[in-house]
Design a protein around this ligand. Structure first.
Ligand SMILES: [Zn+2]
Length: 445
């Protein structure tokens, strides 16, 4: 049975030891004498953007929302929401990861989001998830669950190897063939001398069932889609459902009522930002759901035990392009499918093709197909038209007086070659030969 928490009663049930004991921090954090780059140098209410150590900053934000919910401090809650919005808009990687600086494990400037130098500590993904969860409970807005989903399937999902034995501390969006840092090639480790991430991963996975659904009045809201048994008291009585889903591979989600209240009540779902309006069948018959003012799809009726709702989301692969101010990936494109961010690994590319020379023909059709890959297992790959630029290694300085004739289809005299590039889900990368990986590739379209 899942522990259910109400959107509107969370403030009454959320605890904050500091607030209860009256021990408030003295207005500045960290205390005088601490490294200001390691955390915050200003009163939290004055901050409009995230700065300093990414993990600690977001843990602090989770506490800020707890205090705001417990004390009814709407201004404090609003300040946290302002920083969340700024972080999402300017300091978040496509994977949902945060922290673009290895130095101090910190947030960078706005739009400072280099794919190769991304820090994106696994603990930061967990901290982001925990902050968004509290904002979801405090406001009922599905955008927080949207970010939780992005973080879960990508920034966090990539932290563990397929066999569950190795972990990433740092989660970049690009690794070159010859990458070396600190005498190591940047692959997952079995353990770390500073071992915050592996136990945090275990703690997070062990608590994942608490983040799947919420309640509000007489309705149950499904926020994330995976197999689950949920039983929760509503105003109408106890509602029990069994959820089965094949996320992220397909968009099919089935909700079967296992215990129906004596009176009508609501079953609502979050529509992910990447999906068009999902199709709904109730007991095999096409049905309609109503949109709530927050954007959830709600079915309110007298349920019978055994009723089945079948939802179908659109998980077709799609393009992603970066904001023009993100200098590091300007002119690049990436691919997503359902909740998954994709990446290109050298292992999947055509023989004789160097991933470093690939450019995507952005805007061309994307094709997906199920596959089983050695080291990875079950997956869905996405294939896209690309061009191999044939740049090779330069002689002398790697700069020229004229723009290079690269990746401008059709093939030109510079040796541009058309081919098919193959992408795999980012969370499954680095389970094979350890060679190059890129989420973003130059877009020639
Ligand atoms: Zn960590």
């Amino acid at each position: 049975m899942l522990q259910q928490r109400s959107i509107w009663t969370a403030a009454a049930t959320t605890t904050c030891p500091g607030a209860q004991s009256g021990k408030r921090h003295p207005g500045r954090y960290p205390p005088k004498g601490r490294n200001i780059h390691d955390n915050r140098a200003h009163p939290i209410r004055d901050l409009h953007t995230e700065e300093g150590h990414a993990v600690r900053a977001m843990y602090l934000e989770a506490g800020v929302v707890d205090v705001a919910a417990e004390t009814g401090d709407t201004a404090l809650l609003a300040s946290s929401i302002t920083r969340w919005e700024d972080m999402v808009a300017t300091k978040t990687y496509l994977t949902g990861g945060n922290g673009s600086r290895h130095s101090d494990e910190a947030f960078g400037d706005r739009y400072e989001l280099p794919p190769d130098r991304a820090y994106n500590e696994t603990c930061a993904a967990i901290a982001s998830f925990q902050w968004s969860w509290r904002l979801l409970l405090a406001t009922g807005q599905p955008r927080y669950a949207d970010l939780m989903e992005r973080v879960l399937y990508n920034a966090f999902g990539a932290s563990v190897s397929t066999d569950g034995q190795r972990f990433f501390y740092v989660n970049p969006l690009q690794r070159r063939h010859d990458h070396v840092e600190g005498d190591e090639p940047g692959r997952r480790h079995e353990w770390f001398s500073c071992a915050c991430c592996p136990p945090n991963i275990m703690r997070f996975l062990a608590s994942l069932q608490h983040y799947l659904a919420t309640t509000d009045g007489d309705a149950l809201y499904l926020q994330q889609y995976t197999g689950a048994q949920i039983s929760t008291p509503l105003a109408a009585g106890t509602l029990g459902v069994a959820v089965s889903a094949d996320f992220p591979w397909s968009g099919e989600v089935t909700v079967r009522v296992t215990q129906a209240p004596a009176r009508p009540c609501g079953l609502a779902i979050r529509v992910p930002s990447w999906s068009s309006e999902p199709r709904l069948q109730i007991n095999g018959t096409p049905a309609e759901a109503s949109r709530t003012d927050r954007g959830y799809l709600l079915v309110h009726r007298q349920w019978q035990s055994g009723d089945v709702l079948a939802w179908t989301f659109d998980v077709a692969p799609r393009w992603a392009f970066p904001h023009p101010r993100i200098d590091a990936v300007r002119g690049c494109a990436a691919i997503e499918r359902g909740p998954l961010v994709y990446c290109f690994e050298q292992a999947d590319q055509e023989p004789g093709t160097d991933l470093a020379d690939l450019a995507l023909l952005g805007g061309t059709p994307l094709a997906d197909r199920p596959a089983t890959l050695p080291g990875i297992g079950r997956t869905v790959v996405v294939e896209v038209s690309a061009a191999a630029m044939g740049a090779g290694s330069p002689e002398g300085l790697p700069y020229t007086a004229q723009p290079p004739d690269t990746a401008q289809p059709p093939a030109g005299p510079g040796g541009v070659r058309r081919l098919t590039a193959t992408a795999v889900p980012y969370f499954q990368w680095d389970n094979r030969d350890g060679r190059a990986m890129r989420v973003w590739l130059p877009s020639a379209g």
